[in-house]
Design a protein around this ligand. Structure first.
Ligand code: BES
Ligand code: ZN
Length: 397
């Protein structure tokens, strides 16, 4: 604990120092260690598509850990934090989400299924899954210079993704909409209407970032999180082909601005909580394509900022419907959008490609490319999303 506080204190000091030299905000070449900066140097693009929006024109309220008071930081300090490897949530526009209020008035407590009752349909839908869509979507998706959330690139990549979702659901009873934020990139939401007033949320994040040069640097974002993006897209295709008609409404979310500190998902979770929407559970997929062949192939389940019962259910679904076992591991911080739902007081779980937090060293650089992904591995995660949609979506408490 003491050590952790030491590291955080050092990080704040670092951020403060960087803030003092704000004009060097893009000074990665001046101060950053070799590899990352060198990789970025050949991949810089300064066009109007990479120009930053207005999000960072004023200071942002940054939270680095549960037990550390949030601080107002400018963009120079925020970038210094990122380069120092300090993870953070940007809570500027969702401060009420962090005030500790319970999820919903009226004591709503969601019910998860106690037994698996949809085997026939789950197996039917899984039988329809293939790897074909992964490459078809990922190649153009990762060809955007980056999918930085507060730039034209981020807006366009979102627009493009939305068109893919719309094409995929055409002819089915699914509504697709944008959820707009304060920055350029909207989140995308596809909804299959059920009979009850409860909603199940399956998600991934659509943005990508180059950790040295967020706006201008190349960030292919194939694994992080192009992989999750297509994992749930393929699951959606599979269940629709199987004639999916759930009791609860089921939504697929592709969040904007995860890399900015869970910006998109916090906006969505906050809105759903404030509208008193009954969210049964969130199942999040961030990075599903990369694993080290020296390790055992498995599904990692994030143990912190998630709900134990939902994790247990996902482990059961994996055992029943995939060829992989699950293993729990901790991020040690709010590492992705599952944490936004958790903070808002809803159940959440997060499936991950391995149990190695730093297994894929390519992320946030130009090296996070489609060729490094294992589509066969990703297919197991699509199966998991299918199973979650059916078993939780069809469950009638
Ligand atoms: N996909 C990563 C998080 C991740 C990396 C989870 C490795 C598990 C293993 C995510 O997109 C990310 O980069 N998150 C940020 C934190 C976020 C709150 C800005 C991070 O980890 O630095
Ligand atoms: Zn990610």
């Amino acid at each position: 604990m003491r050590i952790q506080f030491g590291i955080l204190a050092a990080a704040w000091a670092l951020a403060a120092a960087a803030g003092a030299q704000h004009q060097h905000v893009f000074g990665a070449a001046g101060g950053a260690p070799g590899d990352g900066a060198a990789a970025a140097a050949s991949d810089i693009r300064v066009t109007w598509e990479t120009q930053p929006g207005r999000l960072y024109e004023s200071a942002r309220l940054i939270k680095v850990a549960e037990n550390v008071r949030p601080r107002w930081l400018d963009i120079g300090s925020i970038m210094a934090l990122r380069r120092a490897g300090v993870r953070f949530m940007d809570i500027t526009d969702v401060q009420d989400l962090h005030s500790g209020a319970p999820a919903l008035a009226g004591g709503y407590e969601s019910q998860l299924p106690q037994r698996l009752a949809q085997k026939k349909d789950v197996e039917g839908a899984i039988g329809r899954l293939s790897e074909e869509l992964y490459g078809k979507v990922l190649v153009p998706f990762t060809a955007f210079h980056n999918r930085y959330y507060d730039s034209e690139n981020g807006r366009r990549s979102s627009q493009w993704l939305q068109e893919q979702v719309e094409a995929l659901v055409a002819g089915h009873n699914v509504t697709v909409r944008q959820f707009r934020h304060k920055f350029a990139q909207p989140s995308v939401i596809a909804r299959i209407e059920g009979a009850s007033d409860e909603t199940v949320v399956i998600s991934a994040h659509q943005d990508s970032v180059n950790m040295w040069l967020p706006w201008f640097g190349r960030a292919s974002g194939a694994d992080d999180d192009g992989s999750g993006t297509v994992t749930i897209l393929e699951a959606l295709r599979g269940i629709l082909a199987q004639g999916f008609a759930p009791h609860r409404s089921v939504e697929f979310h592709w969040y904007a601005g995860e890399e900015g500190g869970l910006l998109g998902s916090q906006d969505v979770a906050r809105a759903y909580r404030n509208e008193a929407r009954k969210v049964v559970a969130n199942m999040h997929f961030d990075m599903t394509g990369f694993w080290d062949r020296k390790d055992k192939e498995l599904i990692g389940l994030v143990a912190d900022h998630t709900d134990p019962e939902t994790r247990a259910l996902v482990a059961r679904l994996a055992a029943e419907y995939t060829r992989l076992q699950t293993r729990e591991f901790s991020c040690g911080y709010a590492c992705s959008d599952h944490a936004s739902w958790n903070t808002a007081g809803f159940r959440s779980a997060m499936a991950f490609e391995s149990d190695q937090l730093d297994g894929n060293t390519n992320i946030h650089t130009p090296a996070d490319s489609v060729e490094t992904l294992d589509f066969t591995h990703m297919l197991e995660f699509s199966k998991l999303a299918v199973a979650f949609a059916y078993e939780v979506g069809y469950h009638q408490p």
